[in-house]
Design a protein around this ligand. Structure first.
Ligand SMILES: Cc1cc2nc3c(=O)[nH]c(=O)nc-3n(C[C@H](O)[C@H](O)[C@H](O)COP(=O)(O)OP(=O)(O)OC[C@H]3O[C@@H](n4cnc5c(N)ncnc54)[C@H](O)[C@@H]3O)c2cc1C
Length: 411
């Protein structure tokens, strides 16, 4: 007699979004062993990233120049498009595989921020909501790494509140005409196109949103470098859309359904952001453990002092917990189970773990923690950014308070 089916139950008392999901995953329950193909994927990505390494990354971060060679090498090996359907030249995997790629490159000291926008949001949304023509036009290039499509939602007067965005797209005959301003848009200088969120109407909650693919060199689209004091290879831009005209084929998905569609892409962005943070944490803890084992200023290596080892051990625990939640969120997304709660929790926990790990690693290095030779400070800006973006820590706490605990909305 075969054993009774086992279930993975995801239920949250009091939660408004928390349907009683019960997903059969086979006879053996939840399997925490990492499949061989994922181990092989990790090893292959780590191998490529190690050939570039922390000095390559730090050089590009200091010069604010993109890590093009690393991106293209990963693309040639099939890892940039690992989540894109095979039919369009991708690896046929899911968010789980893309998150592994993000984690491994960061753990090797070479995190790539644009994977969060181009591979996680844009490729996901075009694959899921795009027309066949749009898929044929964009996915093969995104899969090979030859094309980048960046994502533009943030505006000066509508940061965390997406429904307040004021960039509009108005119908003119068959065309759409976009007008407005976006800021903090990463990688516009590296991209062939932008996936732009714009207002195409209004309802009682605020703007009715739609998504458009806009060529980066479209007439009427002005870009200005937005200077930031972060060490990052990717640059940020303010964009002015001054009557940018695009054809009917630029609309992605349904008119007015942009909010729902964007949320489908934001979970992958949060999960890959979490994965990048976990990689940064692993990189930092590895460096700290090596240093604290070798460095002797008294009779024992400094790692023997609990003032050094405990912050590292605590950060290690936090990193492993964040990694588990990240894996759950990716799994849920890939299995069509609502992943919003886990994706938010994973992003929160991973960003905090990355900052704790990096801070503890810098402290364990003493003065050397600030030295170029030890390569830790180049990651501080990215780790700090991940507490703010793609969604800030406080909006995640709002989400959990409201949706997971059923508390009243505070804003
Ligand atoms: C380097 C960098 C790269 C970026 N890349 C992109 C990109 O490629 N594309 C893109 O569209 N955007 C991008 N962003 C924008 C980023 O997503 C936003 O900065 C982020 O979502 C926060 O929005 P905001 O800066 O407008 O903060 P605001 O919404 O102004 O909030 C400021 C702070 O107030 C607090 N806060 C706000 N609302 C609440 C509330 N209701 N309850 C409690 N606290 C609250 C939070 O602490 C928050 O950090 C990038 C930002 C940076 C810095």
């Amino acid at each position: 007699m075969s054993p009774a089916p086992s279930y993975f139950s995801v239920s949250h008392p009091g939660a408004k979004v928390a349907s009683e999901w019960r997903v059969t995953i086979g006879d053996d329950g939840v399997d925490f062993a990492e499949p061989e193909e994922h181990q092989a994927l990790r090893a292959a990505v780590a191998d490529i990233a190690a050939k570039f390494g922390p000095r390559y990354y730090a050089g590009h971060a200091a010069a604010r120049t993109p890590c093009t060679e690393l991106w293209q090498t990963l693309g040639d090996a099939g890892f940039i498009g690992v989540n894109i359907p095979e039919k369009y030249g991708g690896g046929g995997g899911g968010l789980t595989e893309l998150a592994l790629v993000c984690e491994e490159i960061a753990a090797a000291g070479t995190p790539l921020l644009l994977l969060l926008v181009s591979a996680a949001i844009s490729a996901e949304m075009i694959a899921r909501f795009g027309t066949e023509e749009q898929r044929q036009a964009w996915l093969p290039g995104l899969a090979s790494g030859a094309v980048k499509v960046v994502f533009a939602i943030t505006e000066p007067d509508a940061g965390s509140n997406t429904l307040r965005i004021s960039t509009t797209a108005n119908k003119d005959g068959d065309d759409w005409v976009l007008t407005g301003t976006k800021y903090y848009i990463s990688g516009v200088d590296e991209a062939q196109a932008l996936l732009v969120v714009a207002r195409t109407g209004q309802d009682e909650r605020g703007g009715r949103l739609s998504l458009f693919i806009v060529p980066a060199d479209a007439p009427g689209l002005d870009r200005h470098l937005l200077p930031v004091d972060l060490l990052l290879p990717e640059r940020q831009f303010t964009l002015h859309f001054d009557g940018v005209r695009v054809g009917p084929g630029a609309l992605v998905g349904e008119e007015g359904e942009g909010f729902r569609q964007v949320f489908h892409g934001l979970n992958p962005e949060r999960v890959t952001g979490a994965a990048l943070a976990i990689g940064v944490a692993r990189y930092s803890l590895g460096a700290a453990a090596r240093y604290a084992t070798e460095r002797k200023v008294w009779s024992e290596p400094i790692g023997a002092h609990q003032g050094v080892s405990h912050p590292l051990a605590k950060a290690k625990i936090e990193t492993e917990l964040a990694a588990l939640m990240t894996r759950q969120a990716a799994w849920q997304h890939d299995h069509g189970v609502p992943a919003g709660e886990s994706a938010n929790m994973a992003k929160y926990a991973a960003a905090e773990a990355a900052l704790a790990a990096l801070d503890a690693a810098i402290q364990a290095h003493g003065g050397n923690g600030l030295a170029s030779e030890y390569g830790l400070l180049p990651y501080w800006g990215l780790a700090r950014l991940l507490r703010i973006a793609p969604v800030n820590r406080e909006m995640i706490l709002n989400y959990v308070a409201q949706h997971s605990l059923g508390l009243p909305r505070s804003y």
